[in-house]
Design a protein around this ligand. Structure first.
Ligand code: SF4
Length: 255
């Protein structure tokens, strides 16, 4: 005859068959526990680690164990709803999301069981090069770190971007994107706009090359050169080709 054991789940007494796993007993008692790798037709291996439950460890200290591996025993007290269980589920979920960041079923499971997922991967490695270059070199201070629910994120500071594109060039992972299209430059991270800028054309070749804000910013920072009599708006290529130095060098070559 099958022998039975008595245990409690979240303070409620129940009975289980000796040899059953804790997860079997939990599910039989209509309590939900998150799991990905448990299947009743196969031996459990505790791979996803989402089914952690709290039990009393040595000296009465609470500890978590995987309910798919743990067997029921007389007097066992299990909790599925404690802070410790929440932490264990959260670290298991973050480990899983690092391997499958876009998995809709993982994200759905996290939502259903209210599991902390940590920052959603956004391609940014938090090196802060973009923030530092915008602040220390460009002088626009258009980016900052911001603490949000899921962690720290690089975010735009409102209306500060001048559209130079330095952050996108220096970003080592391509998390900051620059797109020049139809005379407009867009700088963005994730789905957040850092800046959107109409571009000016080069007076020599006609190509779009810089935003008005960037040109104004540079002219405010630089003093006028005594040799320059007229002001032209040239792209870097034309500026180089048409510079006095190149013309002079050409004259010397002809001699
Ligand atoms: S494009 Fe905007 S955010 Fe990026 S470095 Fe230039 S001013 Fe800063």
């Amino acid at each position: 005859m099958e022998s039975k054991v008595k245990l409690t789940i979240n303070g409620v007494s129940c009975e289980a068959s000796e040899g059953d796993s804790v997860i079997q007993t939990i599910l039989k008692n209509d309590i939900e526990v998150p799991t990905l790798c448990y299947h009743k037709a196969m031996r459990p291996i505790g791979a996803c680690k989402l089914c952690a439950v709290e039990v009393e460890g040595k000296g009465g200290r609470p500890m978590t164990m995987l309910s798919c591996i743990l067997k029921v025993r007389e007097g066992l007290a299990i909790r599925t709803d404690t802070e410790l269980v929440g932490k264990a589920r959260s670290s298991a979920m973050q480990r899983l999301l690092a391997m499958a960041p876009q998995s809709p079923s993982l994200l759905e499971l996290a939502r259903k069981f209210d599991i902390e997922t940590g920052p959603v991967p956004d391609g940014c490695v938090r090196c802060r090069l973009c923030i530092r270059v915008c602040n220390e070199v460009v002088g626009a201070s258009a980016l900052k770190m911001e603490k949000r629910d899921a962690g720290n994120f690089v975010v735009p500071a409102e209306n500060q971007c001048i559209g130079c594109g330095t952050c996108a060039s220096i970003c080592p992972t391509g998390a900051i994107r620059l797109e020049d299209k139809d005379g407009t430059r867009t700088i963005s991270i994730r789905d957040e706009m850092i800046g959107i800028h109409p571009l000016l054309r080069c007076e020599s070749c006609g190509r779009y090359f810089a935003s008005q804000k960037f040109i104004t910013h540079v002219s405010e920072l630089t003093t006028s050169h005594p040799d320059i009599k007229e002001h032209h708006l040239y792209c870097p290529v034309c500026a180089k080709l048409l510079s006095t130095r190149v013309k002079t060098a050409g004259r010397f070559r002809k001699m």
